[in-house]
Design a protein around this ligand. Structure first.
Ligand SMILES: Nc1ncnc2c1ncn2[C@@H]1O[C@H](COP(=O)(O)OP(=O)(O)OP(=O)(O)O)[C@@H](O)[C@H]1O
Length: 730
């Protein structure tokens, strides 16, 4: 690098940094003063307006408005200050040099947020999400154009692109990079991944990722890509982009992120704050149960489901597969359509064991009185009728109870106390019924589900599914495969649970979702657009199901990412060999080949591996096929490796160090070292296990080990010896 460029850049950085520092001071003082004024104003208001009636009420409401305005301003300015403080730590990471159509030349510095010269208002740093910054991420110099918010395109000539590593006012690295992919900055960033929680990739977003990130909110996207292609990273930067681009209409509460687990959410929880944005709403599919008021069931989690299916009989697996199939969804939709004409199952409504309204009466109301309306409207009409009837019955009972209590000879309280006692009795008698009616709980959703299973075919297979499902539901158990149909019926038939505030939903690991699960999410969020991300090969469930958005995919734009940034080239090659998948391009660094270790003393071998390979700042995970194997190994290994931590489903906080967990739970995470501790033919026996092993292997950034008792599983045994090293009993 020429000395002069370095010096120029250094001087520029010092100047910007000093300006940032100065502005932070100005803003901090300003906010301090403003806070003082607000506190004083509030104190004054509360002492002056003790009595707010007549004239003073008007004054008070005027003052209240001014105070609210000032407080809003204060919040906005505090947010700006927070952004400047983030910027100060690393003012920018890139620059593009442009010439516009008039022939004017400009250098645009790109950072995490916009920073303007306080006097001239010129932009000194462009937010990476600003339309013009898009040029920085495109993989070219020369003619280019960018789109401004009104849709118009502006043409420019890109003359050069520069990348920086900057810490406060210290320039660490300057790189002129015309060719973006695989450049040095990216390489050096890649070489220290997997040490902590997920980080933002904003300085090195690649052009194919950039297109996804900057797509309009209205584009419904399915993003597919192999392990480590940056799907989760893209999802997070896309959220940050949406928050910026649509800041007038969207905020952190209008975006919902659905991820596999709370632990995963914690793993990604630093990304948005690092980008100066608030974390958006997060949920898991399982937690949507709560919104549908289905908490009175013991619902199986997806991890419990995997464990159960690993051990299930062929019949159990066939039932599972049918419930997640597109065929069943078609059948269910036909069933729901048929309900308009006949067959809606209702409960008899009872009060204290006595019939209040019969299912027959509800059926009459549904098909005769309100038969012309949509299903959910009919139910809401019936709800009104029932609530009125409860109201009438309550007032009759009230009179009788008052009379009875007052007639008691012994003193039982004042009129007010008696009234209270009557209210309590009425609440006890009718409270549950009222809330059932409010929730349209007079519809027998379970029966609907069972009926839907045998709706189009009444053969032995269907009868067996119906019988088994009836039994579990009777015991208030919801198997994972029963969640989606019941949730869907609950949402669609009752039409009660629509959340209209959510404008965009991001779902990671979409390959885990059945078509019906997605339909349920859609039914619950009718105003939302979608970004779905996944990989059809990262399947950790023992039973294949029809997935990847199903027929919904027709309405999505499918984008494929095919470069992988996580693992060393050697690990990527090995993991691609598991599935004979040659399309993944590795952009990682080079490292050691994965190693297969044959041993009869697994515990000692693992302890030795930890001793030799684990470094304090790294992450190290031991994976087994299931929970039981992990628990057993944990107890054996713990005395030898005291730092070892067993990760369980209940874990909500992401931790570093030496971990042990079932392979399926590791999906989405990355670790410096991955050790598959039970790589035996007797453990990974099924066809689907190849996908599980592929997913497990793909978690490793730098080192991958397979510990085996001697015979490798079929899924690994076919891999050519050029892809790994072999060692006997280290
Ligand atoms: N453009 C990029 N610049 C630098 N690092 C990147 C880039 N894209 C992805 N990475 C890094 O690659 C790793 C994998 O990214 P990420 O977890 O987002 O991929 P993924 O496709 O969701 O993976 P998987 O499907 O295996 O869970 C992360 O460490 C991430 O920081």
């Amino acid at each position: 690098m020429e000395q002069t460029i370095w010096q120029k850049e250094e001087a520029h950085l010092k100047q910007i940094s000093a300006l940032l520092k100065q502005q932070i001071e100005v803003q901090t003082n300003h906010l301090k003063k403003q806070k003082g004024d607000i506190v004083e104003e509030r104190t004054q208001a509360s002492s002056e307006f003790n009595d707010i009636s007549g004239e003073s009420a008007i004054q008070f409401s005027q003052m209240l408005q001014t105070m609210q305005l000032r407080e809003r301003e204060y919040v906005q300015q505090s947010e700006q200050l927070a952004k400047m403080q983030i910027l100060y730590k690393s003012p920018y990471f890139g620059r593009i040099s442009l010439e516009n159509e008039q022939g004017d030349r400009e250098h645009l510095y790109i950072g995490l947020s916009t920073f303007r010269e306080p006097v001239t208002d010129d932009v000194l740093i462009y937010d990476w999400r600003a339309p013009i910054s898009s040029l920085f991420y495109e993989n070219k110099v020369g003619q280019a154009r960018y789109q401004i918010p009104d849709g118009e395109y502006i043409s420019v000539t890109i003359q050069g692109r520069r990348q920086y590593k900057v810490k406060y006012d210290e320039l660490l690295q300057v790189l002129d990079a015309d060719i973006y992919v695989g450049d040095e900055v990216l390489q050096s960033l890649l070489s220290d991944t997997a040490k902590e929680k997920m980080k933002s990739i904003v300085a090195t977003i690649q052009s194919d990722q950039n297109i996804v990130i900057r797509s309009s909110n209205k584009d419904n996207l399915i993003v597919l890509g192999p392990p480590g292609s940056g799907k989760t990273s893209v999802a997070m930067q896309r959220i940050a982009f949406l928050l910026y681009e649509y800041r007038q209409t969207m905020n952190a509460r209008s975006i919902l992120l659905i991820s596999p687990s709370d632990l995963f959410n914690d793993y990604i929880s630093n990304v948005l704050p690092e980008l100066g944005e608030e974390n958006v709403q997060h949920t898991t599919y399982y937690r949507l149960l709560r919104d549908l008021k289905l908490t009175h069931y013991k619902a199986e989690t997806s991890y419990e489901n995997i464990e159960r299916l690993q051990l299930a009989t062929d019949e159990g697996r066939e039932h599972y597969a049918f419930k997640g199939s597109h065929n069943y969804v078609k059948q269910l939709l036909n069933y729901i359509a048929s309900i308009k004409k006949a067959g809606m199952p209702f409960y008899n409504l009872k009060v204290e064991g006595k019939l209040f309204v019969s299912a027959k009466k509800l059926t009459e109301l549904f098909y005769e009185k309100y038969g012309a309306l949509d299903i959910d409207f009919r139910l809401k009409k019936i709800r009104n009728v029932l609530l009125e009837k409860v109201g009438q019955q309550k007032s009759k009972d009230r009179k009788v109870l008052m009379k009875e209590l007052k007639a008691v000879n012994a003193y039982i309280g004042t009129d007010k106390e008696i009234e209270q006692q009557v209210n309590e009795k009425l609440q006890k008698r009718y409270g549950k019924l009222e809330s059932t009616i409010q929730q349209l709980g007079f519809v027998n959703i379970n029966k609907m589900y069972i009926n839907s299973l045998g709706f189009e075919k009444d053969d032995l297979f269907m009868q067996a599914i119906q019988e088994a499902t009836t039994e579990t539901l009777k015991n208030r158990i919801l198997y994972y495969e029963d969640l989606a149909p019941i949730m869907y019926l609950q949402a669609i038939v009752k039409g009660l649970y629509a959340n209209n505030t959510i404008k965009h939903i991001v779902i990671d690991e979409i390959q885990d979702y059945s078509y019906l699960q997605l339909l349920t999410i859609k039914a619950m969020h009718p105003k939302a657009h979608y970004t779905l991300l996944g990989d059809k090969n990262q399947l950790v469930h023992p039973q294949m199901k029809d997935s990847l958005a199903g027929p919904l995919a027709k309405h999505f734009k499918v984008v494929e990412l095919n470069k992988s940034y996580r693992s060393t080239n050697e690990i990527t090659d090995f993991m691609s060999a598991i599935l004979n998948n040659t399309t993944t391009q590795s952009l990682g660094v080079s490292g050691e080949k994965p190693q297969v270790i044959e041993t009869v003393t697994v515990t000692d071998t693992l302890a030795q591996l930890v001793k030799v390979q684990f470094k304090e700042q790294d992450s190290f995970v031991i994976l087994c096929k299931n929970k039981l194997a992990c628990e057993q190994l944990y107890h054996e290994l713990k005395p030898l490796v005291p730092q070892l931590q067993l990760v369980t489903e209940e874990q909500k906080v992401y931790m570093k160090g030496i971990l042990i967990m079932p392979g399926y739970m590791a999906k989405g995470f990355e670790f410096t070292t991955v050790v598959v501790a039970d790589a035996n033919a007797g453990v990974y026996t099924e066809k689907m296990d190849a996908y599980l092993l592929y997913t497990m292997a793909s978690r490793a950034t730098r080192q991958l080990f397979f510990v085996t008792g001697g015979t490798l599983p079929k899924a690994l045994a076919h891999i050519g010896e050029q892809y790994y090293r072999k060692e006997e009993n280290i």
